[in-house]
Design a protein around this ligand. Structure first.
Ligand code: CO8
Length: 259
């Protein structure tokens, strides 16, 4: 793996920590940061021992303040047709590992959209979420117009997109934009409790639960239920299912083998 400049990637036990690292511009996502994120996700995707990816922002002020507006200013019309940020966030959403955004500062525009592409979001009292793109004469074009209503409903999504107002972590949790609201002091504890709960589960079941939810949400119910059924069929053939059910009957904790 080659070194990164605008992000950091650290791996500790079964968790990869990706830190967006341009604090002087509130971790705005320029082209280099986006390319590096794509490379980091290619890397972790192929590492079997990594089961969770945590994305966070450096500097204590921002998760990410969105796309780099200076670069955005120069972009011609047809640039919007390339996969770009939208494609990157789809790649992140489709990562087979569990992804968690830790928002301890501004998550605006493309920063908020990045958090929404993750499976789970944790916010602290420093967090501020918003989609201010309309102030710039554009729309949330990195999946935001689609992921936000799927997460919080159409009415609330339109309010946030049309007004561009910022909300704090308490409101974000109330409307379902984040899963957990915590304080900066309790962040590590919250994160540890979420990650340890996930790491105790059967690894293939975790992967297929994420797959079934993500793929099922955008298709008709019957197709979605087939996705669920076929995923269950795969799991029925795993050692994880053998161990998980046997452990219950033997009144002990399961020890999953990831096979
Ligand atoms: N891009 C570039 N530079 C930025 C950005 C950004 N998004 N955000 C902050 N910066 C820079 C500032 O210009 C400033 O630089 P300098 O020191 O050289 O003046 C530095 O970061 C610090 O910023 P502030 O002084 O403003 O710091 P504050 O802590 O007072 O405020 C805010 C922080 C609230 C985050 C404020 O900087 C802000 O409002 N930033 C812009 C937020 C925004 O509008 N984000 C949306 C961007 S557009 C987007 O994300 C579109 C995604 C979809 C694209 C799809 C394309 C196909």
């Amino acid at each position: 793996m080659t070194a990164f400049e605008n992000i950091q990637l650290e791996i500790e036990q079964q968790i990869a920590y990706i830190t967006l690292n341009r604090p002087e511009v509130r971790n705005a996502l320029d082209a280099k940061m986006q390319q590096e994120l794509a490379r980091a996700f290619d890397y972790v995707e192929n590492k079997e021992d990594i089961r969770i990816v945590i994305i966070q922002g450096a500097g204590g002020k921002a998760f990410a303040a969105g796309a780099d507006i200076k670069a955005l200013h120069e972009r011609p019309t047809l640039d919007a047709l390339v996969p770009g940020m939208q494609g990157l966030y789809t790649k992140i959403e489709q990562c087979t590992k569990v992804t968690i955004a830790v928002v301890n500062g501004y998550a605006l525009g493309g920063g908020c959209e990045l958090a929404m592409a993750c499976d789970l979001r944790i916010a602290t009292e420093q967090a501020k979420f918003g989609l201010p793109e309309l102030n710039l004469g554009i729309i949330p074009g990195a999946g935001g117009t689609q992921r936000l209503p799927r997460l919080i409903g159409k009415g609330r999504a339109l309010d946030l997109i049309l007004t561009g107002r910022m909300i704090d972590g308490v409101e974000a949790e109330r409307i379902g934009l984040v899963n957990y609201y915590t304080t900066a002091e309790k962040l590590d504890e919250t994160l540890a409790s979420v990650t340890s709960a996930i790491l105790k589960k059967g690894p293939v079941a975790v992967q297929l639960a994420k797959f079934a939810v993500n793929r099922g949400v955008d298709v008709d119910m019957q197709t979605a239920q087939w996705i669920e059924k076929l995923s269950t069929a795969v799991l029925f053939g795993t050692e994880d299912k053998e161990e998980g059910t046997r452990a219950f009957m033997e009144k002990r904790n399961a020890e999953f083998m990831n096979k």
